[in-house]
Design a protein around this ligand. Sequence first.
Ligand SMILES: *[C@@H]1O[C@H](CO)[C@@H](O)[C@H](O)[C@H]1NC(C)=O
Ligand SMILES: *[C@@H]1O[C@H](CO)[C@@H](O)[C@H](O)[C@H]1NC(C)=O
Ligand SMILES: *[C@@H]1O[C@H](CO)[C@@H](O)[C@H](O)[C@H]1NC(C)=O
Ligand SMILES: *[C@@H]1O[C@H](CO)[C@@H](O)[C@H](O)[C@H]1NC(C)=O
Length: 431
Amino acid sequence: MKSLHLSLFFFIFLSFSQHGLARSNHYCNLPSDKASTLKVFHVSSPCSPFKPKKMSWEESVIQTLIEDKARSQYLTSLVARKSVAPVAWARQLIQSPTYIVRVNVGTPPQTFLMALDTSSDAAWLPCNGCQGCGSSLFAPDKSTSFKGVACGTPQCQQVLNSGCLQNSCTFNQTYGGSTIAAALSQDTIALAQDPVPDYVFGCIQTTTGASVPPQGLLGMGRGPLSLLSQTQTLYQSTFSYCLPSFRSSNFSGSLRLGPVAQSKKMPYTQLLQNPKRPSLYYVNLIGIKVGRKTVDIPPQALAFNPNTGAGTVIDSGTVYTRLVISAYTAMRDEFRSRMGSANVTSLGGFDTCYSVPITIPTITFMFQGMNLTLQQDNFMLRSTSTSIACLAMASVPENGLNIIANMQQQNHRVLFDIPNNRIGIARETCT
Ligand SMILES: *[C@@H]1O[C@H](CO)[C@@H](O)[C@H](O)[C@H]1NC(C)=O
Ligand SMILES: *[C@@H]1O[C@H](CO)[C@@H](O)[C@H](O)[C@H]1NC(C)=O
Ligand SMILES: *[C@@H]1O[C@H](CO)[C@@H](O)[C@H](O)[C@H]1NC(C)=O
Ligand SMILES: *[C@@H]1O[C@H](CO)[C@@H](O)[C@H](O)[C@H]1NC(C)=O
């Protein structure tokens, strides 16, 4: 089996040159050295087939914040037993994929750059004949291992809003501002060098809106039909990633599947399961320090609440961390107070920007059992052309979700260790 690469993308403003694969670059095509480790690339890496749309730095910051807001609303709308959530935001909003993984589907393999999403469960792919999809379509009739899933099977009972069409299981769901109608299907998929036979996924027949990733999505959440559930014996519900900074020169990181290759020593915090939003990875954020000072945050702003779904999640698809407004304001005010008389400006949804050189304090997220002190690169966003620098976090309404987002995770190994109910986070320069 030819080894696969993972291509990971951060930035959002991609114009999807469909099915273009990596440019011929020796480094891009190096096989992964371990059977279950995939390479991860940034969208602006020479290894990426997608070309970012040309925008100024300011425009791209504003656009990312708009998309982030839509994602935060989408995560908040995810409620147990209700996969068709009310679409509370503009349908034309694009909620672009953040990270993409190269997956082979079918026999012989058809290659797709599927979005990785730690907050979704099921996988789905645009299929031949799809209305509203792009031009990268899976052709079931060209795969000898493809089959439909019959109505009434256990797999069909795991999808919500399922229906039955000519004894084939179908389902409908929403994703961001899009709706999806799909036929539940099975085929062999291969990640890294490991083939997974009979993987259950949705073959998209109709989609509306612009949020569906052009080459499909691979759900890495905790619920039924996710990659973790379907590769339980192979990977034992364990994976880790290292997300490269968009400034790193190699732009590469890695996704490691299964317990074998994982770091043995790292700080951990307990993973919590919230029955209100069972797919999401909740952790217990108990406080925030700016410099050495623990910020005074009302306890209910961070509290985990299984009845309301409140608390803090770790998400791969949001770019900038969001905190409920009382927590955000307390942290921001402490941060600003360190800047003395320097004038604060704003940019898009960021309200704490400076255009003069400033001395930046550390920011520490205090999780139960683990203090994570961020490097400046994880929370200060600097303009490429001007001297402006912004505190790269934003607020959500008081009843919203706190989201630890991907900029804050860059250049860290984040280990999802479900059997031991914990998440490990340790600084690592992604390669
Ligand atoms: C899914 O949506 C389609 C229209 O997009 C509709 O015809 C079908 O009945 C729906 N199926 C279910 C199971 O709700
Ligand atoms: C980039 O990757 C290559 C190949 O792995 C390595 O030799 C080089 O040192 C890396 N550069 C940086 C700046 O990490
Ligand atoms: C802040 O802005 C005001 C008004 O533009 C200006 O008078 C003042 O000098 C500025 N302060 C600093 C520290 O730059
Ligand atoms: C985290 O920092 C706080 C405040 O400095 C300290 O009291 C606590 O013991 C630390 N927790 C861990 C797990 O190191």
